[in-house]
Design a binder for this molecule. Structure first.
Ligand SMILES: Cc1cc2nc3c(=O)[nH]c(=O)nc-3n(C[C@H](O)[C@H](O)[C@H](O)COP(=O)(O)O)c2cc1C
Length: 369
């Protein structure tokens, strides 16, 4: 079993590096999100403060590297590179699902390397929600946390992936109640994340009521796990068709972010197809506390910590620039700047009953309207 989990994880890394396992026709929706330029920003770019406090932790900038890997020698290198970069830059990271190491203690070091290389960064443990209805409980989650001395744990929801993979666990009955049980007992923040298909307002409300402390929308627009499974299943009839048919399934990232942040009072993490600092700025303007990036970092992490640091530094520089151009002195100011949502994203949100115009009218009083 541990061997099978390990092999699957190694396949995921290989496929994400060698194939195009990103959304095909679907987009994140961030192409419909526009920050309103200010010709008179009235801030000094170099004095802009990017720091923020979320889950009681101070981040130098509101950026995380999303959960990806562990369990193999290559994963050790990847986690080490990411950890070194986020430690240097004062950011945070998630490790990939720790199931392999819970099944086989020998694999613990492939995850623990993250804390070794990043003694101060915010590190998030990771376990699959569906495992909670297949024998896992508080004990296993505590082990995952202790393994990497984590600051929080992410319980990931991956119904799409399980539905298209041959060995998938497709009985999700009771997952919410188990999440509530875990959230009640644990003394570390429980974050619930998707894995590329997004979270709806309805599910966000249920998760808030279950006592989770954060939601990472991990929605459509970037890495597609249906695509990953399509490549894994290439020679295997039905699964291949399922992977292809569901390639772009889910809620676009900008939509999911607005739905969740207008519905719950929890910290919301934006992710899924965020590819630049402008995406990050737009996500924060729409109510995210942090933004998380996975696939682009995987591509640099296999080349080492320096390359990873370079990529993340570019994201930070772009974020700072976007803040300058909308006159935001701090991360908190970004939540007050006017944002215009157009096209398909606006249409989706209006049809679902969400307020789109409110973002555009921000600052109207200052403008004298
Ligand atoms: C190679 C790879 C492995 C992943 N493994 C996990 C995982 O074990 N647990 C998890 O919660 N998410 C996992 N994810 C999903 C990411 O955390 C993220 O939600 C998703 O990739 C969307 O972000 P992106 O478009 O920036 O890649 C993985 C993503 C990639 C690319």
């Amino acid at each position: 079993m541990a061997e099978e989990t390990r092999k699957r994880k190694a396949d995921h890394i290989r496929i994400c590096l060698d194939q195009k396992a990103q959304a095909k026709e679907a987009t994140s929706g961030f192409e419909d999100v526009h920050l309103v330029h200010r010709a008179l920003p009235e801030v000094d770019r170099k004095s802009i403060d990017l720091s923020t406090k979320v889950f009681g932790h101070k981040f130098a900038a509101p950026i995380l590297v999303g959960a990806m890997t562990g369990g193999t020698p290559e994963a050790t290198e990847i986690n080490a590179a990411i950890a070194e970069a986020v430690e240097t830059l004062g950011l945070g990271m998630g490790v990939g699902s720790q199931r392999a190491a819970i099944e086989d203690k020998k694999l613990e070091a492939t995850f623990a390397v993250a804390r070794k290389k990043a003694p101060n960064a915010f590190i998030i443990a990771n376990i699959g929600g569906v495992q909670l209805v297949h024998g896992y409980g508080v004990r296993e989650i505590k082990r995952a946390i202790d393994m990497i001395d984590a600051d929080a744990v992410a319980i990931h929801l991956n119904a799409l992936q399980e539905a298209v993979q041959p060995e998938g666990q497709t009985n999700f009955k009771g997952v919410l109640a188990k999440i509530a049980e875990v959230a009640r007992v644990l003394d570390k923040p429980v974050i619930v994340k998707e894995t590329g298909a997004g979270i709806s307002a309805e599910n966000a409300r249920e998760l808030e009521a279950a006592g989770v402390e954060g939601i990472d929308v991990a929605a459509v627009g970037g890495t597609s796990f249906a695509a990953v499974e399509y490549y894994r299943a290439k020679e295997n009839g039905t699964q291949r068709f399922l992977g292809e048919a569901f390639w772009d399934w889910g809620i676009p990232s900008a939509v999911s972010l607005v739905e969740v942040s207008q519905t719950v009072k929890l910290p919301v993490i934006a992710s899924g197809g965020l590819r630049g600092g402008c995406d990050v700025a737009e996500a924060l303007a729409l109510g995210a506390c942090l933004a998380s990036v996975s696939h682009p970092v995987l591509q640099t992490a296999v080349r080492g910590a320096k390359e990873t640091e370079k990529l993340l530094s570019c994201l930070i520089a772009e974020l700072r620039n976007a803040m300058f151009l909308v006159g935001a002195q701090t991360i908190y100011d970004l939540a007050e700047v006017p944002v215009v949502i157009t096209g398909k994203t606006a249409e989706w949100l209006r049809t679902r009953g969400f307020n789109v115009e409110g973002y555009a009218r921000r600052g109207a009083r200052q403008r004298g309207h």
